[in-house]
Design a binder for this molecule. Structure first.
Ligand code: ZN
Length: 67
């Protein structure tokens, strides 16, 4: 039983545009811009997680004393 590769639809990971087979072999994105968008998204997420981890102050802060 052969798989029908022709019917496999590959899409850009950022905008969802359908990719040509050869393009997809090089990258998962339809353009360099989409690749950078995805990279920045990933980096921002990573940065945010690290910031949260190094900063254990709860909402409202520590120095707010109750009456
Ligand atoms: Zn795209």
């Amino acid at each position: 039983m052969e798989r029908d590769w022709e019917k496999e639809v590959r899409r850009c990971s950022t905008c969802g545009k359908i990719l040509e087979g050869e393009d997809y072999a090089r990258t998962s994105f339809c353009s360099r811009r989409c690749r950078e968008v995805d990279l920045m998204k990933w980096l921002n997420e990573e940065y945010r997680i690290r910031e949260d981890a190094s900063d254990g102050i709860p909402e409202g802060g520590w120095d707010e004393e109750p009456d």
